[in-house]
Design a protein around this ligand. Structure first.
Ligand SMILES: *Cc1c(COP(=O)(O)O)cnc(C)c1O
Length: 375
């Protein structure tokens, strides 16, 4: 059996090595390492790709979330609705800014928050909503944004995992995930769908005023050189990473197709396996399969993971513990909070290898190993 990996960044690099190497060497040769032309070019190209007015690059996806919340002018203690079933960064920045995370449950099929769930958690102190487009598909964002606008509450979409996914509105119009709320954020962590060769992130908005604030906060709150209007942070995407990303952006849709093909093969293979629930598609979003995450229904998820490991097949649990049960969040959440779907998912989810270079043979090997386990 060929060595199977969760992601194959070396194989991906080898196919575009000449372009990447040239782009990186050009930055080094120009010594424009910080805010150089490569950063401006990448921001402009990503604006075109996403169909959004402003892309503001920053140092990583966590910073993007933090800067987005800082730009909204919230006060300490203001409540921010966020799913508990997500990567820690989404809720961490809320607590860090002394805002109050209101952790909510998710839909058992799509693993995403819904307007109903958000509405049930709304109070007069709710000052922002941070939905996450988990594993590669947009949540049903239109009713969430409608509900929020109705109440004058901004929406920050955490789009670290679904860049490129397309959401279709009731009227048939389409937009890319992350460009629908007031601000969208993403991460260019290497293993993300659009990954650089280090750390990186970005914020998106169609609002000129918010764009100005985001830019200012990411740059020490500076309005012009050495004049600081607000307290900010230092969060930059360096030019070498921007050059890498600008090359990879051209392949992003192709990469999504490759992932989708792997997902389709897994789906087929798991049709007859009763204990395995394949990823359920959100009807009005495309899926870019940042992860291919199954639910193991018979309580044997951990045994399956062990068996796969014995056969040399890696797998990951995103996420093993609900954020509201994490030690770090103890001071921030109600100890009696019960989120039954999230609890169940943490016991049942398993993400299988999926990446842009994955061969049909490897997909079959993984699927057959899963099949053998349940036979
Ligand atoms: C990766 C990720 C982040 C954080 O991105 P970094 O670039 O690692 O800081 C935030 N939210 C979600 C959902 C993520 O998957």
């Amino acid at each position: 059996m060929k060595n199977i990996q969760m992601v194959d960044l070396v194989g991906q690099y080898e196919k575009i090595k000449d372009e990447i190497d040239a782009a990186v060497l050009e930055v080094i040769g120009s010594a424009a390492f910080i805010n150089g032309p490569a950063v401006k070019q990448f921001q402009a190209d990503l604006e075109d790709y996403l169909g959004v007015k402003h892309v503001i690059a920053c140092a990583n996806g966590t910073d993007a979330l933090q800067i987005a919340l800082m730009a909204l002018g919230l006060e300490p203690g203001d409540k921010v609705i966020v799913p508990s079933f997500t990567y820690v960064a989404t809720a961490e920045v809320i607590a860090l800014l002394r805002l109050k995370p209101v952790m909510v449950d998710v839909d058992p099929d799509t693993f995403n928050v819904t307007a109903e769930i958000v509405e049930a958690a709304l109070t007069k102190d709710t000052k922002a909503i941070v939905p996450v487009h988990l594993f590669g598909q947009s949540c049903d964002i239109e009713p969430i944004v409608e509900l929020a606008r109705d109440k004058g509450i901004p929406v920050v979409e955490d789009n670290a995992q679904a860049i490129g996914a397309v959401y279709t509105f009731q009227d048939g119009s389409r937009k890319r995930a992350g460009t629908i709320g007031e601000i969208g954020t993403t991460s260019f962590y290497p293993a993300k769908n659009l990954g650089c060769y280090g750390d990186g992130g970005a914020m998106f908005t169609n609002d000129d005023e918010l764009a100005g604030k985001l830019r200012m906060i990411a740059n020490h709150g500076q309005s012009r050189t050495y004049y600081h209007d607000v307290i900010g942070v230092n969060s930059r995407l360096d030019s070498i990473q921007a050059a890498v990303l600008d090359v990879k952006l051209k392949y992003l849709d192709e990469y999504a197709e490759a992932r989708k093909k792997v997902a389709g093969s897994y789906d087929e293979a798991f049709e007859g396996v009763e204990a395995v629930q394949a990823p359920v598609r959100q009807p009005n979003s495309t899926h870019v399969f940042h992860q291919y995450t199954i639910r193991v229904r018979d309580g044997r998820r951990d045994d399956l993971k062990d068996l796969l490991a014995e056969e040399g097949i890696p797998s990951s649990i995103f996420y093993p513990v609900p954020l509201n049960k994490q030690k770090a969040f103890k001071p921030f959440v109600d100890p009696d909070l019960e989120l039954p779907v999230t609890e169940q998912l943490c016991k049942e989810v398993l993400s299988l290898p999926i990446h842009t270079e994955m061969e049909e043979r490897s997909v079959k090997d993984v699927a057959q190993a899963v099949g053998r386990f349940f036979s």
